[in-house]
Design a binder for this molecule. Structure first.
Ligand code: SAH
Ligand code: SF4
Ligand code: F3S
Length: 472
C-alpha cells in the first residue's frame, strides 16, 4: 500500500464521516436529544489506543461520549488473549440484548481481537443477532463507512480483514487523558510464542515511519501531553521492514530530543531482542522512565523452548544484570504463565527461582489458557487445574513478598511524580505515578493534575506509597 492509496482512503473515510454526521443530526432532531456513544475496552494498551481512535471518529460524526452502556452507539473492543477475556464480552452482550429492546435506536458494534476469530463471528451471527456491526483489528479506520453501510442495508454489517499492510495516519482521536498518551510505533507480532493468539489476530509486524511517530508526539506535546507510552507487542524489534534503517534505541533517542516532553515509557520489550544500545540510551536519558517491563513467561529453559520464546533463563538473567548495573534503581516488572502444557514441578521451581533472583517490583501472573489455533493448544499433557491453582498461589505469595520488600526500599526518598487523578477513595488526596510506575497518594488539589511534583515517599501500603509534596 503506497502513500497515495492511504491518502485516498482517508478522503473516502472523511466522505462517510460527513454522511453519518447528517444522519446523526437528523436522528437527534427526531429524538430531540443528542445521540450518545460509549466504548467498552478489554485487553491491552493497543486496544485502549484503538478505542480512542474509534471514539474520535464517533465524536466527529456527532455522537456525545458517555460512560453508560445504555447509549445510542455501544462499541465493544474485545480481547481474546485468554478465555476469561472472551467470557466477559459474552456476559456484556447478554445484558445488552435487554437494553436494546428498550432503546431500538441503539447500535451495537463489536471489534477487536476476538472478531479476528471466524468461530466468534459465526457465534455472533447465530446467537447475537441484535449486534449491528462487526469489524476487526485491521480496519478500525473504516468505522464511519461501516455505520453508513449498516444504515443503508438495515442488516448486521460484517467486515473483517485477515491482515493488512496499510497504516492509516491522521485519524480523528479522542484522548482519554490530557497529559499522557499512548503512541503506536508498530502493529502486529511475528514472534508466534506457541501459547499466544496475538500474531493471528493482530497480523504481521509492521512499523510506523519514525517521522510520522515524531510528528505525532510533537503535536501531542503542543496539546499539553507530558508523557508518552510507545506501544508495540515487541518494541525491541521496531524498524524491521522500513526503508530507513533504524533501531528502537535510535527511535528512543529521537523521541528523547522532543522539547517539552517530560517522560517516555514503552511496552512491551521482548527479552530476545533487548540490545546493549537500548540499555545505554535508557541510562543516558532523563526522560525515559526507570521502569522496564520484561516478560519472562517461565524460568525453565525446557518450557521456554517449547514456548518458542528464543532466550534461556541464563540469557535473561544476564540482561537483567546489565540493566541493573546501568540503572541500579530501575523497576523491573514481568509477565508469567503458570501451567503451560507439560510444566512439571521442577519447571515451576525454576520459575520460582528466577523470580527470587530478579526480584521484580511487580509481576502479572496468568493461568495458562488454551487458545484454539495456537500450537500449544494441540499439545498433550495439559496440566490439571488443581496443580495449576496450587502453583499459582505459591508464585503469587512469593511475588507479593518480594514486591512489598522492593517497594519498601524507596521509602524516605524524594521522587518526581506525575499527578494523574484525584484519589478514588479520598478526594483530599491526589494520585500520581513515579518514574518506576508505582502509584503514590498525597495531599493536593485537582489543579495539580498533569504536572510533575517532587514527593517524599513516607510509607508503603501494599504496592503503593503515601507521601508528601516537598516542592514544586
Ligand atoms: N507482546 C507481549 C505480551 C502480550 S500478551 C510480550 O511478548 O511480552 C500479555 C501477556 O499475556 C503475555 O506476556 C503472557 O504472559 C500472557 N498470555 C498470552 N497468551 C496467554 C495464554 N494463552 N494463556 C495465559 N497467558 C497468556
Ligand atoms: Fe504473543 Fe509472543 Fe507476540 Fe508477545 S511476543 S504478542 S507473547 S506472540
Ligand atoms: Fe488482547 Fe488483542 Fe491486546 S488479544 S492483549 S487486546 S492485542
Amino acid at each position: 500500500m503506497n502513500n497515495t492509496d492511504v491518502t485516498l482512503e482517508l478522503e473516502r473515510q472523511n466522505y462517510f464521516i460527513e454522511q453519518c454526521r447528517e444522519w446523526v443530526k437528523k436522528q437527534s432532531e427526531i429524538l430531540k436529544r443528542p445521540l450518545t456513544c460509549t466504548a467498552k475496552t478489554f485487553g491491552c494498551q493497543m486496544n485502549a489506543k484503538d478505542s480512542e481512535k474509534l471514539i474520535g471518529i464517533l465524536i466527529k460524526i456527532g455522537y456525545v461520549e458517555t460512560d453508560s452502556e445504555n447509549a445510542d452507539f455501544v462499541l465493544y473492543n474485545t480481547c481474546t488473549v485468554r478465555e476469561n477475556a472472551n467470557l466477559k464480552v459474552y456476559g456484556h452482550l447478554g445484558y445488552m440484548q435487554n437494553l436494546k429492546k428498550k432503546n431500538p435506536n441503539m447500535m451495537i458494534a463489536m471489534c477487536g481481537c476476538m472478531m479476528q476469530e471466524p468461530e466468534v463471528v459465526e457465534k455472533i451471527k447465530k446467537s447475537y443477532k441484535f449486534v449491528d456491526i462487526v469489524f476487526g483489528t485491521h480496519n478500525i479506520f473504516k468505522l464511519a463507512e461501516l455505520i453508513y453501510r449498516r444504515i443503508e442495508t438495515g442488516k448486521m454489517y460484517i467486515d473483517i480483514w485477515k491482515d493488512t499492510d496499510m497504516i492509516v495516519e491522521d485519524l480523528p482521536i479522542e484522548r482519554k487523558f490530557s497529559f499522557k498518551s499512548g503512541v503506536n510505533i508498530m502493529f502486529g507480532c511475528d514472534n508466534f510464542c506457541s501459547y499466544c493468539i496475538v500474531p493471528y489476530v493482530r497480523g504481521r509486524e509492521r512499523s510506523r515511519k519514525p517521522d510520522d511517530i515524531i510528528k505525532e508526539i510533537e503535536q501531542l506535546v503542543k496539546d499539553g501531553v507530558v508523557e508518552v507510552m510507545l506501544l508495540g507487542q515487541n518494541v525491541n524489534s521496531y524498524g524491521k521492514g522500513l526503508d530507513e534503517e533504524i533501531t528502537f534505541a535510535e527511535l528512543l533517542r529521537r523521541v528523547d530530543e522532543i522539547p517539552g516532553l517530560k517522560r517516555i515509557r514503552f511496552m512491551t520489550s521482548h527479552p530476545k531482542d533487548l540490545s546493549d544500545e537500548l540499555i545505554e540510551v535508557m541510562k543516558n536519558s532523563k526522560k525515559i522512565c526507570r521502569h522496564l517491563h520484561l516478560p519472562i513467561q517461565s524460568g525453565s529453559n525446557r518450557i521456554l523452548k517449547i514456548m518458542n520464546r528464543k532466550y534461556t533463563r541464563e540469557k535473561y538473567l544476564e540482561e537483567v544484570e546489565k540493566i541493573k548495573a546501568a540503572m541500579p534503581d530501575i523497576a523491573i516488572t514481568t509477565d508469567i504463565i503458570v501451567g503451560f502444557p507439560g510444566e512439571t514441578e521442577e519447571d515451576f521451581l525454576e520459575t520460582m527461582d528466577i523470580v527470587k533472583k530478579v526480584r521484580y517490583d511487580s509481576a502479572f501472573t496468568f493461568i495458562y489458557s488454551k487458545r484454539t489455533g495456537t500450537p500449544a493448544a494441540k499439545m498433550e499433557n495439559q496440566v490439571p487445574k488443581d496443580v495449576i491453582k496450587d502453583r499459582f498461589d505459591r508464585l503469587l505469595e512469593e511475588i507479593q513478598k518480594i514486591s512489598a520488600e522492593e517497594t519498601q526500599k524507596r521509602i524516605g526518598s524524594i521522587q518526581p511524580v506525575l499527578v494523574e487523578d484525584v484519589n478514588s477513595h479520598d478526594d483530599s488526596l491526589m494520585t500520581g505515578r513515579l518514574s518506576h510506575n508505582t502509584l503514590v497518594h498525597f495531599k493536593g488539589t485537582p489543579d495539580m493534575i498533569g504536572r510533575i511534583y517532587n514527593v517524599k515517599l513516607e510509607s508503603a501500603k501494599g504496592f503503593y506509597y503515601m507521601g508528601t509534596i516537598v516542592e514544586e
